[in-house]
Every structure is written in structure tokens, then in C-alpha cells.
Unconditional design. Structure first.
Length: 481
């Protein structure tokens, strides 16, 4: 398979704006959900880590819970037993590799919920959290479906401590700390939790933090502001706790679940902004988020670049057509299961955008286009080629969700939309227009002279070849009822 990174040898052309030495963020890198990417072995992950370095990164939030072979709690990885790291553990070696590249690795997990932890209640239903309706919480997840635990129960606290101790102290003691991601989908509303949920969750957070610092005083422990701010927590209908803040903690803020708290940012050891723009959006979104992170006074910008490869055991996102299907990493359907997607052309666009805008959030867009064109097409890159490249990137991310590729690149999704009565004439028109642009890109690159042009044409033809006659008929406008 063609690898753009191999072809270009990842030659970096930083330009004057990127070499001033006054970059606004001390910490730069990516948030990646290791546990939802079961198909990559150590060599694949070393390539991913090398990419973090090549993008100017020094920080990796590696969400490991659910993706390692816990001896104490096999239930936490049984759903993920085909994961390459569960089959043969390599994360300690991966962390050593990251350190050799100047990258710190923080182990990610969610207290009492999400991957790994949400499996424990399947064996211990008495620990199940309670929903707003007073009933046991409903199953939820992405790839790993289970239920969250009630932190008021002593057994939940004991499990959580033992599980993270095993991950951080027994399996991966060479990691640089923890990224403790408070849930963004559910909390416990039982009589003991209720308005005090974040106080209950904090009991675990404070204790594991102290244990980490006792072993490694300089460890980075990233937590959410929900234990200290007293502010409304998005989506939950309860307020954050207002507990004493230890300045050894670093803080994580996001657009959807943890809004910036200026007074806490000033106290924290470090503060990180994380969003989904490199994973799901485009260069302008990356620049806007880098500008926001700087404006809010964050010391770090570590957004998501997660690419799922798990086989869906349920109808993810409520879509029956996904059940039993392997996730398509970042919508790039030509990849084999073991091929990481980060070297591929549409993703390279966002990686270059992250590298440049995290160095200089005010980099003029024309200058960004020059840098991008030079990297992909060489010093003589034409404006039209860069336009085509940005258009292809947009085609792959337009309408893409965490679990579903863009409709323009995925006729299977369009069939499902049609079957569910969700394929409107406006959507049909948008897809037809996008395919027309892709067809024009393929035609303009019929005689490519650079590796970048050859790859651009290959991807355009791949998209067009996905659409058979019957699928093209789905895109014809339907008369109004």
C-alpha cells in the first residue's frame, strides 16, 4: 500500500513563522483511544508515536484502560481479547519508545465508567449506578458497552483503585502520569450520590493521585474541573463540587464537557485544551481551537486524533448497519486492519494544520497553504493542487461521525439513510456535488508528476469506484410527497 509519509520521508519545512521559538503551548500532542484501536501492533504504534514527534508533539494521552490484560479483573478486557496489546502486552516498550522521542505518555481512563471499568458491573450488578429516573443506569459505550458504577459504594472505590494501581504501578510504571477523564455521558443519581456525585468520585481521584505522587513526585496527573469549580457541569443537571485544589494537579478542558475556569487555570500545574478538530474536522477548526486554547490561557493543546478499528458488537450510534462491521479508521476504507491511518493524505492535512497552528495560532491561511503544498507536492506546488487537497480532506470529514464515514465516501451509510427515511433531497444534492468535485480532481490529475498528485488521484478514484449503478440511483432527486 502506498504510504505518503514514506514517499515524502516526512521532510518538515517549518517556515519562519514556526521557528521563532515563541510557541504558545508548552505541551502539544494528541489524545488517542488506544483501547478502541485493537488492530495495531507495537510497530504500528511506534509509527504513531513517531508521528506525534513529527507534528511537534511532546505529549500523548494514551487511553489504555480496557486495552491491557489485567490479572485481577479479566472482565475488563474480555470484550477486547483480540486487541494486539491484550494478546501480547507491549505498552511498556511503547512508552520507552516515546521517551526516546521526547514524548511524555499519560495513561487515560474514566473513573467508574467507560472502557474497562464499565464491564465490572456486568459481574457485580449491585454496584450499578442509578439514572435520573431512579432506575439502574442503561448500557452505554463506544466499542465497549457496559454500565457505569456508583462511586458511593465501597466496593466500587476498591475496584477502581485496584484496577488503576495495577495499570499504573504493575504494568506501566514507566508512564509519566495519568489522565483521569471524568465521564461525559452519565453520573450516578442514587440517594448517596445525587448532588454530591463529584465529591464521591473525587474520593478515588484524590487517593490515586496521592499514590502516584508518592511513587513519582514529578508525575503529571490530569483531572477535570468538576471537583473544584462549583459550576454547572454540562449535561448532568448538577453542579461541580467545590473542594480544595492541589496545584500539583493539571486540568483538562473541552468544548462539550468541561468549560474553562480561569481561576483554576491560574492555579494548575498545567492546563490542557482538547477538542475533536484533528480527528473529525478541518484546518480552520484546528486553528480556531488553537486560538481559543491560547486565549483561555492554556499551557497545552492536546486534541483528539483517535481512529477506531474495533468490530461493533451493537448498533453503534443507533445504526443497525454498523453491527458486526469493523470500524473504518478516520473513514479511510482502503486500509487493511493493521495499517494505521495517520500517514494517509486526508489525515496529513490535519496533522500539518495541527503542527503549524499549535506553533502559531495566527499563522496566515495563505502561509499555511504554502507550507502544506510544499510538503505534499514539492516546491513548485500549484494553487489548484492545494485546493484539490483541501477539498479531498473536506470530502472525507464532511458529515463523518465518530463511528460512521462521510456519506460521500460510504454508499453503505447512504443506503441505511435511505432505508430509515433520512436521505433528503438536500443531502442527495450535497453528495452529488461532492462526487462531481472528486471526479474533477481525478481528471485534473490524470498525468501526475509528483507523489502527492498520484496519491490525490488514487484516493479520488477510490471514492468514485465505491459508487455502483444502484447506489448512484439512490442519489437521484425524489419528487416531494
Amino acid at each position: 500500500m502506498f504510504s505518503l509519509m514514506a514517499a515524502l520521508a516526512l521532510t518538515i519545512f517549518p517556515g519562519p513563522e514556526a521557528s521563532k521559538g515563541d510557541a504558545p503551548f508548552a505541551q502539544r500532542g494528541y489524545y488517542i483511544t488506544f483501547m478502541r484501536m485493537p488492530t495495531y501492533d507495537l510497530a504500528g504504534w511506534e509509527r504513531i508515536v513517531d508521528g506525534v514527534r513529527d507534528d511537534g508533539g511532546n505529549t500523548l494521552f494514551l487511553w489504555v484502560a480496557g486495552g491491557f490484560r489485567s490479572h485481577k479483573y479479566p472482565i475488563t478486557w474480555k470484550y477486547n481479547e483480540d486487541h494486539e496489546n491484550v494478546r501480547r502486552d507491549f505498552v511498556r516498550s511503547l512508552i520507552d519508545h516515546a521517551h526516546a522521542k521526547g514524548i511524555k505518555v499519560l495513561l487515560g481512563f474514566t473513573p467508574f465508567g467507560y472502557d474497562g471499568a464499565n464491564q465490572y458491573a456486568l459481574e457485580h450488578p449491585e454496584l450499578r449506578a442509578v439514572g435520573k429516573d431512579g432506575k439502574p443506569s442503561a448500557p452505554f459505550g463506544i466499542g465497549c458497552w457496559g454500565v457505569n458504577l456508583c462511586p458511593s459504594r465501597p466496593e466500587s472505590q476498591r475496584f477502581m483503585l485496584d484496577y488503576v494501581r495495577e495499570m499504573a504501578f504493575d504494568f506501566y510504571p514507566n508512564a509519566d502520569g495519568l489522565m483521569i477523564e471524568s465521564s461525559d455521558y452519565a453520573i450516578c443519581h442514587c440517594d448517596d450520590c445525587g448532588e454530591r456525585f463529584f465529591e464521591k468520585e473525587f474520593q478515588f481521584v484524590r487517593r490515586i493521585s496521592e499514590e502516584v505522587w508518592a511513587r513519582k513526585p514529578d508525575a503529571t496527573v490530569v483531572v477535570y474541573p468538576h471537583y473544584f469549580s462549583g459550576a454547572d457541569v454540562p449535561g448532568f443537571g448538577v453542579k461541580a463540587a467545590k473542594l480544595p485544589f492541589d496545584p500539583r494537579w493539571s486540568l483538562m478542558f473541552t468544548p462539550h464537557s468541561a468549560h474553562p475556569e480561569p481561576s483554576l487555570i491560574q492555579q494548575a500545574r498545567a492546563s490542557f485544551w482538547s477538542d475533536d478538530s484533528p480527528a473529525r474536522r478541518g484546518p480552520l477548526d484546528i486553528q480556531a481551537n488553537a486560538q481559543r486554547a491560547r486565549r483561555e490561557g492554556m499551557t497545552g493543546y492536546v486534541p483528539s486524533l483517535e481512529a477506531f478499528t474495533f468490530v461493533a458488537s451493537v448498533a453503534e450510534e443507533g445504526q443497525p448497519w454498523l453491527k458486526g462491521q469493523r470500524q473504518v479508521p478516520l473513514g479511510l476504507g482502503w486500509l487493511r486492519p493493521g495499517d494505521p491511518p495517520y500517514d494517509e493524505l486526508p489525515v496529513r492535512v490535519n496533522r500539518v494544520a495541527f503542527r503549524e497552528f499549535s506553533r502559531n495560532p495566527d499563522l496566515p491561511l495563505e502561509r499555511f497553504r504554502e507550507i502544506l503544498g510544499r510538503e505534499v507536492f514539492g516546491s513548485a506546488s500549484a494553487r489548484q493542487a492545494v485546493d484539490d487537497l483541501l477539498d479531498i480532506q473536506s470530502v472525507f470529514n464532511s458529515g463523518r461521525t465518530w463511528c460512521q464515514p462521510s456519506p460521500t465516501t460510504c454508499p453503505e451509510r447512504v443506503r441505511a439513510m435511505a432505508a430509515q427515511g433520512e436521505l433528503t433531497n438536500a443531502t442527495r444534492a450535497e453528495i452529488r456535488a461532492a462526487l462531481d468535485r472528486v471526479r474533477a480532481i481525478a481528471a485534473r490529475n490524470q498525468k501526475p508528476t509528483t507523489d502527492g498528485e498520484r496519491e490525490l488521484r488514487r484516493i479520488a478514484i477510490w471514492v468514485l469506484d465505491r459508487w455502483g449503478e444502484n447506489d448512484r440511483k439512490l442519489l437521484e432527486a425524489k419528487p416531494p410527497l
